[in-house]
Design a protein around this ligand. Structure first.
Ligand SMILES: Cc1ncc(COP(=O)(O)O)c(C=O)c1O
Length: 244
């Protein structure tokens, strides 16, 4: 989509290409790490110090307690995070609800693991979520729903009431909730980001995807996050032959 956008000279509402500078502290730390010889393979799940800092960040900014050793994994961007989570948790033919307008890679990723996106349109101009519309698409093959808040490209920031409604829906249908929160620090007009996993009864079914690529305008080495002890206890996770 970005290639096509550049070809026609359009405004890219698909991929969030950062135009903010890399903060000096990040540049300097990267240079220092290279100088110190930190240039070989690291742990597949991410180096300990980074995962510890991510746990601290989740406590500080998201009000969530995650165990850095068993619940946090570092991947190459949120893109890889969603891919590995989908690969581990979904079986071919499983359906996942995407809310329109959605970020293109969410749909592409689901197709890449042979899952089936089911689309539910949010109502403009304030992108309200209709529970009736959700109920209309859910069926026995539905395994999950993606909540992107703040959302790309809509800018939609889900409220507590909306997330509680999503929680009730997810619990009623035993769904995994993939939350994409890469724009968590991009909130305006007094709005506040609320992590869906921070809603009572949600932590155990949420996979939280986060990233440095937007906040720090860096396009390499970044976090997924994700949790969750309780997701690992769901039948889909523990019995999946594709879990790595
Ligand atoms: C909603 C959303 N999620 C994820 C990504 C990709 O994140 P990353 O570069 O960390 O893979 C983007 C990039 O545009 C995005 O807009």
């Amino acid at each position: 989509m970005s290639v096509e956008c550049a070809r026609v000279g359009g405004i890219n509402l698909a991929q969030g290409v950062c135009d903010t500078p890399v903060p000096p502290v990040v540049r300097q730390a990267a240079q220092a790490a290279i100088e110190e010889g930190a240039n070989v393979y690291s742990r597949a799940e991410g180096v300990d110090a980074l995962r510890q800092q991510l746990a601290a960040k989740m406590r500080r900014h998201n009000g969530l307690d995650y165990d850095w050793q068993s619940e946090i994994v570092v991947t190459s961007g949120a893109t890889a995070a969603f891919y590995v989570a989908a690969l581990a948790l979904l079986e071919p033919g499983d359906e996942v609800i995407l809310l329109e307008p959605y970020y293109g890679y969410h749909s592409n990723t689901l197709h890449a693991v042979d899952a089936v996106p089911r689309y539910v349109a949010l109502d403009p101009p304030d992108w309200r979520l209709s529970l009736d519309a959700l109920e209309a698409v859910v069926n026995e093959r539905t395994r999950g729903i993606v909540i992107n808040t703040p959302g790309n490209p809509s800018g939609k920031v889900f409220t507590r009431a909306e997330l509680e409604a999503v929680r009730d829906f997810a619990v009623a249908h035993d769904l995994i909730v993939f939350t994409d929160e890469v724009y968590q620090h991009f909130v305006f007009d007094g709005r506040e980001h609320l992590s869906p996993a921070a809603i009572d009864g949600m932590r155990e079914r949420c996979i939280v995807l986060s990233a440095l690529s937007k906040t720090f305008a860096r396009l390499f080495v970044i976090p997924v996050l994700a949790p969750s002890t309780a997701v690992s206890r769901t039948p889909a996770f523990s019995s999946s032959p594709r879990v790595r």
